[in-house]
Design a protein around this ligand. Structure first.
Ligand code: ADP
Length: 230
């Protein structure tokens, strides 16, 4: 699903954000990209979303070398990808239903298809009973469900969560992880970017550990050599 081949990214002013990153995330995997602030995590995501391009090396998403993508093809790439943001970015003046539907409306999906799809998504994230509620009236846990539902609205092959537990308490973090696992179970490849090592390690999934732009370990916790420490 995602392939980085000897990727380097330098920003102007000699700021090296990624150094020789070489990895493969297979379709259907659930992966953490873990690292402290400044390790290169956001840059890694920006390369996948084609918000930035590598200085050297190649990035493939779903078999396409992003260097070959024309400007007008970028929206098609992004439609394959659902993103859950740290601050959720819900629209407070729209109902839960419309927050999810909105993600489809902006990509010209027919109203018939929207009426079919939104209830499926709301059921998946356990929010059927809150379809008519507005985000400010929801609990934090419910708001994060809306954020995940919206990211899943267009059945993305790839779901990216960018520090999804950065602003929430431990109970909600666990809840968020369960939602992402549920999305993975229905077929999405899931990439979670985080600096929270304890949470990443507890999940027992593959961890790509970045430090100063380099992949220092890559594997499941406790796999010894090559695996993430701890
Ligand atoms: P993280 O998301 O892990 O905190 P980033 O990818 O944001 O890491 O940053 C990695 C390094 O690249 C840092 O040293 C950061 O200062 C630098 N960097 C990130 N974005 C830019 C930019 N637009 N211009 C210059 N340097 C940048």
């Amino acid at each position: 699903m995602i392939r980085f081949e000897n990727v380097y990214k330098e920003y102007p002013g000699d700021n090296e954000a990624l150094h020789d990153v070489d990895l493969h995330i297979k379709r259907g995997e659930f992966v953490f990209v873990l690292g402290p602030s400044g390790a290169g995590k956001s840059t890694f995501l920006k390369l996948i979303l084609r918000e930035e391009s590598p200085t050297r090396g190649h990035v493939w998403v779903d078999g396409v070398d992003l260097a070959d993508l024309k400007e007008k093809q970028i929206p098609y790439l992004r439609r394959k990808i659902g993103v859950v943001f740290q601050d959720f970015r819900l629209i407070p003046t729209m109902t839960v239903y419309d927050n999810v539907a909105f993600a489809l409306r902006v990509t010209d999906v027919s109203e018939d298809r929207i009426r079919e799809r939104v209830p499926i998504v709301l059921k998946l994230v356990g929010l059927t009973h809150k379809a008519d509620a507005y985000p400010p009236t929801l609990s934090g846990g419910e708001q994060q469900r809306v954020a995940v539902g919206r990211a899943l609205a267009h059945s993305p092959e790839l779901l990216i969560a960018d520090e999804p537990t950065g602003n929430v308490d431990p109970a909600m973090s666990l809840e968020m992880m369960k939602l992402l696992v549920a999305a993975n179970n229905v077929g999405a490849t899931v990439v979670v970017v985080t600096h929270e090592q304890d949470m990443a390690r507890r999940m027992g999934k593959r961890i790509i550990l970045l430090e100063e732009g380099r992949v220092v370990t890559d594997g499941k916790p406790g796999q010894g050599k090559g695996g993430a420490r701890g």
